[in-house]
Design a protein around this ligand. Sequence first.
Ligand code: AMP
Length: 520
Amino acid sequence: MTAVGIDLGSTHCAVAVLDRDARPRILTTAHGATTMPSMVGLVAAGGRVRAVVGEAARALQRAEPDAVVFGIKRLLGRRADDADVRRWSAGLPFEVVAAGNGDAWVRVRGVELSPAVLAALLLAELRACAERFLGEVVDEAVIAVPARFDAAQRQAVKDAAALAGMTVRRLISEPTAAALGHGAHDRVARRYAVCDLGGGTFDVAVCDVGGGLLEVLAAAGDPLLGGDDVDEVVAEQLAAAARARHGDDVRRRPAAWAQVIAEARRVKHALSDAATAEAALPDAATGAAGGWRTVRRDELALWAAPVLRRLEAPCHQALARAALAADAIDEVLAVGGMTRMPAVRRKLGQILGREPVVVDNPDEVVAIGAAIEVARLDGRVGGVLLVDVTARGLALGVEGGRCDVIIPAGCVVPTREHRLLATTTDDQATLAFTLYHGDSDEPARNQPLATYEVSALPAAPAGDALVLVEVTVDVDGTTRVSASELVSGARPPLRVVGQCGLAPAALAELARTVAEWRAT
Ligand code: AMP
């Protein structure tokens, strides 16, 4: 059994393995890059569907924008009616739809797909990449997920891994992985603020390393803040410059607009290394180059300022949740591709009161850290124990009643809690309860995870039949529920009535689909 470390990013993925000396090593994809775009495209070929991923999907996107899905991670384990999902999905070239159970799925080329299937296609490619390199079967992974991911999102990642033929040895939170990848476990005791600004998300976590523990004290983030927002403001400036010259608005043509966004991104990258860059302006009619405009680094910083201001709230929130002032942080660690942009580093430095340390390989460090976790689980590196906390609370509710928060947010995992539920009518044979995500006693303010029904309860007066419900949060933040009937001590049948995520019974069939779409 060989395990790999995976960074399943919103814009890019990466995979790392351990060499014989347990040293982590980032792998290159079939395209020779160390990261792979998190994009999946569907191609109809001879009446069958074929999936293309990574660079091939990016190439397909240029020709057929509506055949390619990106931002898959933003939809994993989310509900279609979630405010973030609704905001993000407006104006996408593919459709976000509600599955039968309310989960956010996508419709692409007329096919409705769970984001877990799309993520599985990405993971299967990373797995193939590792197998090519190692020359052996890879069937296990440590996968990094944002610290703020709730149980449903974590379960969706585990389902995706299962569909790609891998068992998750552990889900590790991204800031922990970044700290490990940075070598924090080998150094002196320190308190870190790990700031991860990628293409689509910003996460900040306060971590404590010391006494043999690596502990996430608090995490916060903005799931809708990233490099894409900077690309957008730069593209708007380029389009405005073109409009001033040609008088037409390129924004109205999606294919042309996609090219302007790509040019904006190229200019943004160039300005991380140079003080000026030449930007090709879109031609009014075709979207092709229609003149040039020199962009200065300070102009880029000015355009991006409103976007970068949004880094402030999550940083302050993470500090507040950890009950720490900025000066209690020993080191600010900047990870994620966007921290290559000087204005981002400056802004983080301003907010957190010290110059961030930029890791050498900001878009590889998370996968490297995940591979180090593989080594740690194998006992090949010692020294630290990882301590993670629940991102959101878990509450239990019965129909018509209030919610009872049984496991609060910020609780160290693994953890287990139980509650006694009593029947409310004579000879009541079934009892239903719902497990929610959230920290409120009002059901409407929480998010239902699953509804369970306990049946075959013994005949008894109201209140005399008691069901003990046990909720476990595993070390990787996923949940398990069990129930027993207290009078007889029996385990009555427990049925899941409504559940988010994929039904376990559907996994085998979907795994075949993933394999087929890759093969054809
Ligand atoms: P990640 O999700 O961590 O891979 O980060 C991807 C984001 O980093 C995208 O918005 C990229 O445009 C951005 N990025 C990558 N390289 C650079 C660079 N050299 N300068 C500025 N931004 C970059």
